[in-house]
Write a protein of this length. Structure first.
Ligand code: GDP
Length: 366
């Protein structure tokens, strides 16, 4: 899963990104790595996995991960080729969701590209570029599909109709995701990878001094939320600077610092969790002496396909899944043997829909 971090220059993207790439370096349990300068992988914090590790003392500990890509270079005019222009837009096409960092901190030493701190205007600037790029993509395809209608293939008529509705929305300043499309239409437009069709989270980068209890009601954060909420998007208030400091600390120091700041959970941890749920992802878990591990699946995945995440043989030769919910196992103090004796481990077949936190052992034919 890949998230693209965008935002105007000087809003705190690199600062947040540093926090992402440093995170985990300080905590043994959650590994991270940097593949390229602009890609960081963070683990999805999961207390269930930590608990299982404390029971099994596994040789290997593998949490779920999310990949962040720093997409720098989005400036006014990017869709017309200014700044890094279209090159950066092609990076966004590859991501599953977008994290837009928006400046909500005042600091006269740090110039704002447009002269003043105004989150709504900034979001409009960025979204305008994304919308503009999508308009170009849609109109190119529309020209092609209109010509194809005469082949008689009905799918082109359906496609043209959908494209026109999407174009109209974009033209009126609305993102593609605001258009209600039928499943068939969605399929037809999928390979356009429209930028404004991707799920988005707004990160309001607030001043360190504003951290504390009521961050959601800070005037600039509120303004931003009132603006994006009608589009079905959420705002998270984070201090990128604090996150950068936090991510470099060992767990004890970190806990102390967080207490001082009056925050219960780091912004980065919240962001990772929120991204996971935004994308409709859940985890199932496997636990044993060799490895305790979280596996990422989308909500609604059935047992054989979930098994296929581990190995394609598991899916092909799927017989059944032995399942126990994490909470049920925890109630027994994590004792799998007792769970088995008490008949609490369920036998599930091909049609079983996996649940978040299922602890699973797959049985399969080779
Ligand atoms: P980018 O251009 O969006 O990547 O922005 P940077 O992360 O490089 O940040 C631009 C400047 O703003 C840097 O000097 C940061 O130290 C500073 N900055 C980032 N976040 C905050 C913040 O929350 N408060 C203050 N005062 N400065 C910040």
């Amino acid at each position: 899963m890949k998230l693209g971090v965008v935002g105007l220059p000087n809003v705190g993207k690199s600062t947040l990104f540093n926090a992402i790439t440093q995170a985990g370096a300080a905590s043994a349990n959650y590994p991270f790595c940097t593949i390229e300068p602009n890609v960081g992988i963070v683990s999805v914090p999961d207390a269930r996995l930590d608990y299982l590790a404390s029971i099994y003392h596994p040789e290997k500990f593998t949490p779920a991960t999310i990949e962040f890509v720093d997409i720098a270079g989005l400036v006014k005019g990017a869709s017309k080729g200014e700044g890094l222009g279209n090159k950066f837009l092609s990076h966004i096409r590859e991501v599953d969701a977008i994290v837009q960092v928006v400046r909500c901190f005042e600091d006269e030493n740090i110039t704002h590209v447009d002269g003043s701190v105004n989150p709504v205007r900034d979001v409009e600037t960025i979204n305008f570029e994304l919308i503009f790029a999508d308009m170009e993509t849609v109109s190119k395809r529309l020209q092609r599909s209109e010509k194809m209608i005469k082949t008689g293939d009905k799918k082109y008529a359906v496609e043209v109709d959908a494209l026109k509705r999407v174009y109209a929305a974009l033209e009126s300043g609305q993102p593609a995701r605001s258009v209600a499309l039928e499943k068939e239409e969605q399929e037809l437009l999928r390979d356009l990878f429209l930028l404004t069709d991707k799920p988005i989270i707004y990160v309001a980068n607030i001043a360190e001094s504003d951290l504390g209890e009521d961050v959601d009601n800070l005037p600039l954060v509120k303004q931003l939320r009132e603006y994006v909420e009608p589009q079905g998007a959420e705002v998270m208030a984070v201090s990128a600077k604090v996150e950068e400091e936090l991510s470099g600390l060992e767990s004890e120091e970190k806990a102390m610092f967080m207490e001082e700041l009056g925050i219960a959970e780091s912004g980065l941890s919240k962001l990772v969790k929120k991204s996971y749920s935004l994308l409709g992802l859940i985890s199932y878990l496997t636990a044993g002496k060799p490895e305790v591990r979280a596996w990422t699946i989308t909500k609604g995945t059935k047992a054989p396909q979930a098994a296929g995440k581990i190995h394609s043989d598991f899916e092909r030769g799927f017989i059944k899944a032995e399942v126990i919910a994490f909470d049920a196992l925890k109630e027994l103090g994590g004792d799998m043997q007792t769970a088995r004796e008490k008949g609490l481990i369920r036998q599930e077949g091909k049609e079983y829909v996996m649940q978040d936190g299922d602890i699973v052992l797959f049985k399969f034919n080779v």
